[in-house]
Structures are given as C-alpha cells and as structure tokens.
Design a protein around this ligand. Structure first.
Ligand code: EPU
Length: 418
C-alpha cells in the first residue's frame, strides 16, 4: 500500500505533457481483439486499467509488449473467449471485451465488471443492444456471458446516453451482418476515437460524435497502427490544479476543442486560459471566484471533472454549487474535503460549497479515481501536509501523477503506507 504526501501552498509553474485517453484506450484495446494480426497503438498511458486489460490479454493467450507508451499486440491466436482473470472485476471497462469478442467469435464470458463505486452503474443498455443484434445474454454467478450464431444489424434506441453501451454495441455491430442504426448514443471524444480506430481498421461507422450512428457490418477488420487521443480528463485535472494553486502551467498534447466547457468554467472562476494548436496555458492570480456546475453528457460539463473542480470551489470566494446528473453517488470525496476544512452541504444530487480562505492538510482517503484527483488538487493548495491513502484508485487513471506534478514544482512524494 502506498500514499501520496503533499506539502501544499506552492503555485504550479511550468510545462507538462498529457498522456493518452484512459477511456479511449480501454475501448480501443478491446477493439484490437476484433481483428487477427499485429496492431500497434501509440500514446497508451501506463495506468493500472491498461495493466489489468493486458493481464487479461495474457490470460487469454496473447503476448502484448508495452514499452514507452507504445503497445504492440498480435491478436491472431486467442486461446479462449472465457475470461477468468479476477482483476477484471476491479475495472469497469472490462465489459468492452463482451462486444469485441462477441463480434469476432460469437461468444464471450467474463466476471461482472467493477470500477469506481460512484452509483448503481447498471449495464442494461449494453445487454439490450447485444440482444437486439441477436445475442443471448446470461448473467449468473457473478459472470456475464454473451453468445450468438450470427449477429444481425438492426435499429436500437438507447434509453439513456451511455458511453459504455455505445462503444460496446458499436463494436459488436461493426462485425454484424447488415446495417445497425444506434439512436441516442454518447458523443464523448473517446466514443469518436474508438469509432475512428474501428473505421481505420475497415469498419463502416458513420455519425460518431452525433446522436445517431449508422454501422454497416463488415466481414472482418484489418490491422494497423493508431495513436490514441489525449486524455481530456487528465488535461482538465492539471488545468484545475494549475488554477487552484495560483500557478501558470502549459499542458501539451491537448485537443483544445475537448476542453471548451472546462475552459469557460475556469474563466468564469477568474483563471486565464490561452489556447495553442495542441496545448493550453492556464494561469490564475489571487483567489478564484465561486461558480455553479451541472454535469452533463458531452459537450456538457463532464462528471469526471466535477470532483477535481470541487477542490477549487472549496477555496473560491463565495458559494459554489455542483449538480451531479450522471451518477447517484459521486460526492464521497466531499467528506474528505471537509476533513481539510472545506464547508460543504449536500442535498440529494446537489452540493453547496461555501468557499474558505484556505484548506489545511490532513490524512484523507481516495474513495475513487476522480475523488483521488480532487484530494491531490486540494492538497496542492492547502496549508500544511496532506496524506492521501488508497491511491491505487488514482493509479487506475493517472500515469505517474506525482512525477508530473513535481515537474511543475509541487512538493509531492509517494511513500509506503503502513
Ligand atoms: N447507465 C445505465 N445503463 C447502462 C449504462 C449506463 O443506466 O446500461 C447509466 C449509468 O448508471 C450512468 C449513466 O448511464 O448513470 C452514464 O453511464 P455511462 O455508461 O456513460 O458510463 P460508463 O460507460 O460506465 C464512462 C467512463 C466514466 C465516465 C462515464 C460518463 C469509461 C471506462 N468510463 O463510464 O469514467 O464517468 O462514461 O462520461 O469510459 C472515470 O474516468 O473516472 C469514469 C468513471
């Protein structure tokens, strides 16, 4: 077990480079299983979720090599479509193996997915999509299995907008017979990236990034080399950290378009934001101003940045509010922020944050991935020393977070937690 120890109060200054998008990579890695042969993926973050997926790949007979953010994988010989790796339950995105393996082999079975404890997180829309394509789905004894003789394209209207269901059903439909129309799909950058990767391999997917996708099934997919997009949420986390500490940080390897909603909110809170072609400069002087945020599907304010931004709201001048509309239980980090002196009350899905002059370092727990990011940001701006425990959650989605922050002048170290 490890902890992060932060001595706060130093403005972040300098330049860092963002890594590849976690939520793209987990879909794209699964999608490599839909082809037979060597795929090369660049800009792959070295994070725990990727490591777990690679462990699963090894368990089903593959031999991926992963060095310096480049992944090479030959997917020709997959020994089994029954995944038994227990670690699959630690992450959410293991569910993408269902759509990918179902598309190529007509069968997949794995332990029910886990991931951050932030709400109910059902997968009924994934199941609805697979069944509509003609698959049989069985959830039993903590496992989920899907099978079909042949997937047949059809029209599917999702009951809610789901990133996971969109990517999963899109993958299966890419290898189905005939045309599938997916209505009410997610438009997040990682959905578009996964669709781009599949199209690059020979799939025929139109409409990614809009509400409706049209997928003409193909017999098989080719192999190739692909570079994953930058991580919108990692970029956003460092932008908020820069603004919260009154710093001046340029983040490179960014698609500025993906950051527009956060940029607008940071500007509203008093930060300065300058866009380059593939980088963003964030500055902030003095105490930030309060703001209100309501999470929404893309291009609305991302739920994944709600928790990081709440740390900045804790030290903003005035009363901020957060309305969380995607998950039922994504406020656990607020209890931890209160241990640091934040003044917060929560009513149903709305949090009210009365800004204080400063937070104070203490011992806190990362209850989930973005909760951890929020505590890191709080610790960076706080007076005194913050110790963050359960950082395995942070490692699931941020590559070498302490090294990147040290490059910006932060006093942050990783230590053994006894
Ligand atoms: N939902 C259903 N039924 C379904 C699927 C989703 O009711 O079959 C509901 C969920 O319960 C939730 C909402 O729809 O209330 C949105 O869920 P979605 O399926 O979009 O989320 P996800 O695919 O499980 C991905 C990201 C999350 C991110 C959400 C929303 C991955 C691996 N995870 O989750 O990322 O919060 O989309 O943008 O892509 C994170 O990175 O910290 C993280 C949690």
């Amino acid at each position: 077990m490890e902890k992060l120890v932060i001595k706060g109060g130093k403005p972040l200054v300098g330049e860092i480079t963002a890594g590849g998008s976690k939520n793209s990579v987990v879909g794209i890695l699964a999608a490599t299983l839909m082809t037979s042969g060597e795929c090369v993926l660049n800009n792959i973050p070295n994070i725990e979720d990727v490591c777990i997926l690679l462990d699963i790949f090894r368990d089903i007979g593959l031999k991926p090599t992963f060095r310096k953010n480049k992944l090479i994988i030959d997917t020709e010989k997959i020994a089994t479509t029954d995944v038994t790796t227990e670690a699959a339950t630690k992450m959410r995105a293991s569910y993408y193996l269902l759509g990918a393996l179902l598309g190529r082999f007509g069968h997949a079975s794995l332990p029910c997915p886990g991931g951050c404890d932030i709400g109910l997180r059902p997968i009924d829309q994934h199941i609805k999509g697979f069944e509509a394509l003609g698959a049989k789905v069985l959830v039993e004894g903590g496992r989920i299995s899907v099978s079909a003789d042949r997937l047949i394209g059809c029209d599917i209207v999702f009951d809610c907008v789901s990133v996971g269901a969109t990517i999963n059903v899109m993958m299966a439909a890419a290898l189905a017979r005939g045309v599938t129309q997916l209505v009410n799909v997610a438009k997040e950058p990682h959905v578009v990236d996964a669709a781009n990767f599949l199209n690059y391999m020979g799939a025929k997917i139109k409409g990614a990034g809009t509400d409706i996708m049209r997928i003409e099934g193909v017999e098989s997919l080719k192999t190739g080399e692909y570079t994953v997009i930058p991580d919108q949420i990692e970029v956003g986390t460092y932008m908020i950290a820069a603004a919260s500490t009154g710093g001046c940080v340029r983040i490179k390897n960014v698609i500025p378009k993906h950051m527009e909603t956060l940029c607008a909110k940071l500007e509203e809170m008093g930060a300065g934001v300058e866009y380059g072609d593939d980088n963003i400069l964030v500055t902030c002087q003095g105490r930030p101003q309060s703001a209100s945020v309501k999470t929404a599907v893309y291009p609305g304010f991302p739920t994944d940045l709600q928790q990081p931004l709440s740390a900045m709201m804790c030290i903003a001048e005035g009363r901020s509010t957060i309305t969380e509309t995607i998950y039922e239980n994504r406020f656990k980090h607020l209890d931890e922020l209160q241990k640091m002196g934040a003044v917060i009350s929560v009513k149903n899905n709305k949090a009210y944050i009365e800004g204080v002059e400063t937070l104070y370092g203490t011992k806190v727990n990362a209850t989930d991935l973005r909760a951890g990011a929020s505590l890191v940001i709080a610790g960076l701006s706080a007076r005194g020393t913050t110790e963050i425990y359960n950082i395995e959650h942070i490692d699931r989605g941020y590559e070498a977070i302490e090294k990147k922050l040290r490059r910006l002048g932060a006093d942050i170290v990783r230590e053994r937690a006894d």
